[in-house]
Design a protein around this ligand. Structure first.
Ligand code: NAG
Ligand code: NAG
Length: 449
């Protein structure tokens, strides 16, 4: 590092050091580079699917927990896939606890497309840390731990119990981690009142909170029709039947996309439909038989349904317009995630006064000199859905402002100053949430949410 940029770095850190010292004089003594190096250590564990290194991950997290004297429990709902539950007990265990949730696995990389090794956690001269998982979402898991360290050093004592949970398999659906955890007796006993899970980076100065997510419906439509000579024009062939549907689906897709393009709706607020495959034709040794109209054809679509949509209306549309029996068509879902929670309500976390956690979050972020943008619907699926399904409030929040959205992309990075700032923000949230005692509202809001 050249002397000039060193000065720049010191300058950028100055506000942080002042804020940290507001928490405690002891903490101001901690060198931010040590905090960053613990993050790098976590990033260097290769947890890419399909073979995340769970043993190193577990060892690392448990060592962090022990350095903070947190209670730790490792649960394997499925052998070899650890869910790690850390607990900072509150002084009033009868109040619902708060859960800070992250996943340890990351998506695979195309090594050759990276400027720095994806599991090297290279810190460049500008302060950017390059690694798979730097945004999605090892940053958040480690910030949860560092925020607890910050609060412990300041002498803070939580009234509510604070759980920090790490799960193994969000990137492949969360079925062996979050889904099983949410259904477990262990989770019921944790008596969780609110969940914080992942969000997305924000290219501007506002953090992006997420209060819902779209549900994936993976649809396959099939057409059958009279087979015949490739030279003959006749009605009711399988492909003609299928193409009528594809045209209808494309018109629907365009109408939804137009709402986004016109700025009337955000990406997470419309139903997206994208074709995933087309399957038809009669194979021959050289490709396909060219003078034959096949008797079967099918197409697959990835549909994402916002919690605000009426699932019955969409399903009727599919049955009547996209795969009508009158055109000899059938359909099936490869996946059809529910849009409603167990109480039959849309899977949305309230962002008004009916949900005290929302207001407390706004307050906590403000206190840490951060700004929250308008709440959004997450465009893809996260593990939050398993908790929202139970009717629990869950907020998606990854504090990364002024950061390009690089999750699942090559050269994923996070600036160390944004990372450090995020620790303060989580410190403020944990402090605010863990001190909140108006429990009578918890119960009633929980039923409503
Ligand atoms: C995890 O990484 C360590 C090196 O840090 C290695 O010894 C071990 O074999 C790895 N385990 C798996 C399952 O890849
Ligand atoms: C549906 O299939 C039947 C039996 O193969 C056929 O007679 C009829 O013409 C088909 N109708 C359409 C609309 O494809």
């Amino acid at each position: 590092m050249v002397p000039g940029s060193f000065l720049g770095a010191v300058h950028r850190l100055a506000p942080l050091l002042i804020l940290l010292s507001a928490f405690s004089p002891a903490l101001a003594a901690e060198d931010p580079s040590l905090i960053v190096s613990r993050f790098q250590e976590y990033l260097r564990i290769n947890t890419a699917q399909p073979n995340p290194n769970y043993s190193d991950t577990k060892e690392f997290i448990l060592a962090q927990a022990s350095s903070l004297s947190l209670e730790a429990q490792t649960v394997e709902f499925v052998a070899g896939k650890p869910v790690i539950i850390l607990k900072w007990p509150g002084t009033n265990p009868s109040l619902p606890s708060i859960m800070f949730y992250s996943h340890t696995d990351v998506v695979p990389v195309e090594q050759s497309k990276w400027a720095h090794p994806p599991f090297g956690a290279h810190l460049d001269g500008d302060g950017r840390i390059f690694a798979r998982g730097s945004q999605d979402m090892k940053c958040v898991g480690m910030q949860h731990i560092e925020a607890v360290r910050l609060l412990k050093q300041s002498g803070f004592e939580p009234v509510r119990s604070v759980y920090i949970v790490f799960s193994p398999d969000e990137e492949i659906g969360g079925h062996d981690g979050a889904e099983k955890l949410a259904e477990s007796e262990i989770f019921r006993k944790m008596n969780v009142g609110v969940v914080l899970d992942e969000g997305l980076a924000s290219p501007n100065e506002d953090y992006r909170p997420f209060y819902g997510e779209r549900s994936p419906w993976w649809l396959v439509i099939k057409a059958i029709g009279a087979p015949g000579h490739g030279a003959k024009l006749y009605d009711n062939t399988a492909l003609e039947n299928l193409f009528k549907s594809i045209e209808t689906i494309r018109r629907f897709r365009a109408s939804q996309f137009d709402l986004v393009k016109a700025g009337l709706k955000a990406e997470g607020e419309v139903t997206s439909v994208n074709m995933a495959f087309l399957k038809a034709g009669t194979p021959s040794p050289t490709g396909f038989v060219m003078n034959l109209q096949p008797s079967e054809a099918e197409a697959g679509f990835d549909i994402r349904v916002p919690p605000t949509a009426d699932p019955e209306v969409l399903e009727r549309r599919i049955a009547e317009e996209w795969a009508p029996i009158s055109r000899n068509m059938t359909y099936e879902f490869k996946q059809k995630a529910t849009v409603h929670n167990k109480n039959g309500k849309p899977m949305l976390t309230a962002t008004d006064s009916s949900n005290p956690w929302w207001g407390l979050m706004e307050e906590a972020v403000r206190k840490a000199n951060g700004k929250l943008g308008k709440p959004e619907i997450f465009p893809a699926a996260t593990d939050s859905r398993y908790f929202r399904l139970l009717g629990l409030p869950a907020i998606g929040f990854s504090p990364m402002a002024n950061t390009p959205i690089l999750l699942h992309d090559h050269n994923e990075f996070l600036h160390k100053d944004e990372y450090l700032k995020g620790i303060e923000v989580f410190g403020s949230i944990i402090k605010t949430y863990a001190s909140y005692v108006e429990d009578s509202r918890d119960r009633s809001s929980r039923d409503e949410l």
